[in-house]
Design a protein around this ligand. Sequence first.
Ligand code: C2E
Ligand code: MG
Ligand code: MG
Length: 264
Amino acid sequence: MRSDDRRTQLERDLPGAAGRGEIVAVFQAQYSLATGAIVAAEALSRWIHPRFGLVEPAEFIPMAERLGLIGRIGDVMLRIGCQAARDWQATGHEIEVAVNVSILQLRTREILTTISGLLKDLSLSPRLLTLELTESTPLADVPEAADTLHDLSRLGVNISVDDFGSEYSSREQVIALPATELKIDQALVRESRGDNNEELARAVEFGKARGMRLVAEGIETPEQLERVRALECDRGQGYLLSRPTTKADLDGMLVSAAGMDTER
Ligand code: C2E
Ligand code: MG
Ligand code: MG
């Protein structure tokens, strides 16, 4: 099949995908670098297309943003994420969930109604929800975003700047946001080597100076893990620690980690 045909078909099917239950989430654990415990999980979207099978977010999220469908997909992910955090809490695990939110979802106040409704319906504490702002569009191009974010932060949810150190999430923008967490871009973690980790160290320093929580993502090697630990990042995420997986798998990981704790 030509790639144009695939694209046309995906664009035709995307408007109904969320309603048909084809948008699902996988979860990737985040670990405390001080204790090694799982303290949070990031919800990552996947589209199970009836004909093409698994479609990655790199393909359908930009499409959804372009077609004005990101709000619908975002709402599904928020619901799945909050429900997961609620389930974990109900089974005795205080695990935060991190849901990716596109800057375009902050254009209107609808997201506020969605999130406050979910927190209330599920009796979920706002501190168990982190919104990871993914900047596919520069923040400056969405003038309403800052106000929406301030209102969201008043709800008590954590606000994280995803891919910090990459093209868009510049320092100036972060200072203007009510953000509580910096998620350091994978490229900074990966490119840091031996003595050459100045950029990574600067990003960590920047966040620490503002009292922000620091999460290093894309950790693939023991050396990278050691480096972010030495810089005193709070949390780590990456293939070395664990890959994105189903909620059922993550539930199992939480249970066996709790088992190890009681055996100690
Ligand atoms: P992100 O939010 O920065 O998520 C991290 C991405 O890196 C995920 O890719 C994850 O699977 C991958 N990853 C995790 N650890 C490693 C590692 O050690 N090495 C490497 N090479 N990669 C690692 P994924 O799931 O394909 O998502 C890609 C991007 O799509 C996300 O980047 C996020 O920007 C966007 N995205 C995913 N789900 C959603 C969503 O529900 N809403 C929005 N707005 N964006 C989403
Ligand atoms: Mg993210
Ligand atoms: Mg990221």
